[in-house]
Write a protein that binds this ligand. Structure first.
Ligand SMILES: [Zn+2]
Length: 240
């Protein structure tokens, strides 16, 4: 949520390292962050590092936390895999269950109350097609919320870019571009609005100073509750 570029916009690459005799593959994301950060989840190990840090330093840190990394990876691997998406599966959309319908021969995807009829062209994988449809849907919604809250704040609606981040819901850069995760579409509208308001407030205050929070509070008095709810929601996103 800070004025840093989103991790998804940074250079990424897969690397491997030996930790306590085990080969571990990880994804390295360079960005303008200040410290090296380790994250383990269902996708494996991700390392976020400042642009200037040497690979050697990153590897030394991984070695120091080798036991922690292996333990976390083992815990994630022991979890049951989520069931594959199929006709009738549901996942949260705008905070409500959305049922996925897969009908053979459907030419175009369409939305109806509580259901998404997804057209998957022959030979294509379901997930990427679904992500694309959800991204298109959420873009329209986010633009609408940006417009509404930009008008309340008295600023021009900024250009919107979508990211795929799972925990950094939004960011705003010094060029006044707002980047929002398409995964916000899974959340209730009141939380989406908080993220939109937060990033718009950065157009006035490019920091998290008391002045910044005062701007947020003017548009969204319940921001504290929304902020902690967002952290919880990030742990329960569907594995799309
Ligand atoms: Zn922020």
């Amino acid at each position: 949520m800070a004025s840093r570029p989103d991790l998804d916009g940074a250079a990424e690459g897969e690397r491997r390292i030996e930790l306590l005799g085990q080969t571990v593959i990880y994804r390295l994301c360079r960005s303008r962050r200040r410290t090296i950060g380790l994250q383990v989840d269902q996708r494996g190990l991700r390392v976020g590092a400042p642009a200037g840090v040497a690979q050697q330093e990153i590897e030394a840190l991984l070695q120091r936390h080798g036991a922690w990394v292996l333990d976390k990876l083992a815990r994630w691997q022991a979890r049951p895999a989520p069931p594959p998406l199929q006709d009738g599966s549901s996942f949260p959309w705008l905070g409500q269950p959305l049922r996925l319908r897969l009908l053979p021969g459907l030419a175009r995807s369409r939305w109806s109350a509580g259901e998404l009829y997804l057209a998957v062209p022959p030979g294509r994988e379901l997930e990427p097609v679904l992500r694309r449809v959800l991204q298109q849907r959420v873009r329209g919604l986010l633009l609408e919320r940006l417009e509404i809250h930009a008008a309340r704040l008295g600023v021009a609606t900024p250009p919107l870019f979508l990211s795929s981040a799972r925990s950094r819901w939004g960011s705003c850069n010094s060029r006044g571009e707002v980047r929002l995760s398409w995964r916000l579409g899974h959340l209730p509208l009141n939380l989406i609005d908080y993220v939109v308001v937060h990033e718009l407030a950065h157009l006035k205050e490019m920091n998290h100073s008391p002045r910044f929070w005062a701007v947020v509070e003017g548009l969204y008095p319940d921001w504290r509750q929304a902020r902690s709810e967002l952290k919880r929601q990030a742990l329960h996103l569907p594995p799309l």
